[in-house]
Design a protein around this ligand. Sequence first.
Ligand SMILES: Nc1ccn([C@@H]2O[C@H](COP(=O)(O)OP(=O)(O)OP(=O)(O)O)[C@@H](O)[C@H]2O)c(=O)n1
Ligand SMILES: C[C@](O)(CO)[C@H](O)COP(=O)(O)O
Length: 247
Amino acid sequence: MTQQFTAVVPAAGVGSRMAADRPKQYLAIAGKTILEHTVDRLFSHPAIERIIIAISKGDPYFASLPLASDPRIQVVEGGTERADSVCAGLAAISDENSWVLVHDAARPCVRLADLERLVTAALQSEDGAILAAPVRDTMKRGCRLHANKQQSNYRHNSGLQGITETVDRDNLWHALTPQMFRVKQLRESLQQALKEGAVITDEASALEYCGYTPLLVKGRADNLKVTQPEDLALAGFYLEQLIKEQP
Ligand SMILES: Nc1ccn([C@@H]2O[C@H](COP(=O)(O)OP(=O)(O)OP(=O)(O)O)[C@@H](O)[C@H]2O)c(=O)n1
Ligand SMILES: C[C@](O)(CO)[C@H](O)COP(=O)(O)O
């Protein structure tokens, strides 16, 4: 019997940076919502048998989707932060020794080959694994500029930041999703990190906070998180390519 996995999809965000008429996971690309594309991508992996989707309290969109009647899908109520929504999803998994893949609803372009590589690596790592993409650009750190008599007012009044340093980009990665861990390890790490006030923006940061070293699995850069308006057309292009390449 081949191992079967559950995925948790945090889909309870409001999509403020997208500034659309609805949360971005419910915006349509190529005839389906972003959430539906994301679910299709996850179920394209034969070992993912169940998906738990965390949606916001009173979400008026989910019920009208075909997903709502898919027996492989369970819905839970998400929370204030992404980590809270992930914890709500984990609470619906009874087998603590099982593996879970956590994947953003807003990442509809993840490829099967990346999922396969992630699963292979995670199953051989005591500390789980995440998909990630190496940084390609030179990375700068900025800061707000303070008024300086010797410098133009523009530098202070423009609202632009000034460069304080160039960050060494060797071994610097964009964390993507899915991120795959054993349920017990992830649940306990998130609970400890959140209880102690750690800033947790992805699952791996909770594991790291608790002293684990998840593996970085190189993934495609087109596994983008739809975040701001210009991402929608790009995601549409990537999805068209992905669907064309499907057998
Ligand atoms: N309380 C939250 C916040 C976010 N998410 C989900 O986490 C994923 C990644 O978060 P992000 O891209 O930040 O989505 P939003 O929080 O909706 O976007 P924004 O920060 O622009 O409001 C998204 O699928 C989002 O739906 C969630 O389930 N619960
Ligand atoms: C989980 C994540 O997609 C990894 O890059 C990212 O941390 C989500 O951050 P967001 O601010 O909730 O979009």
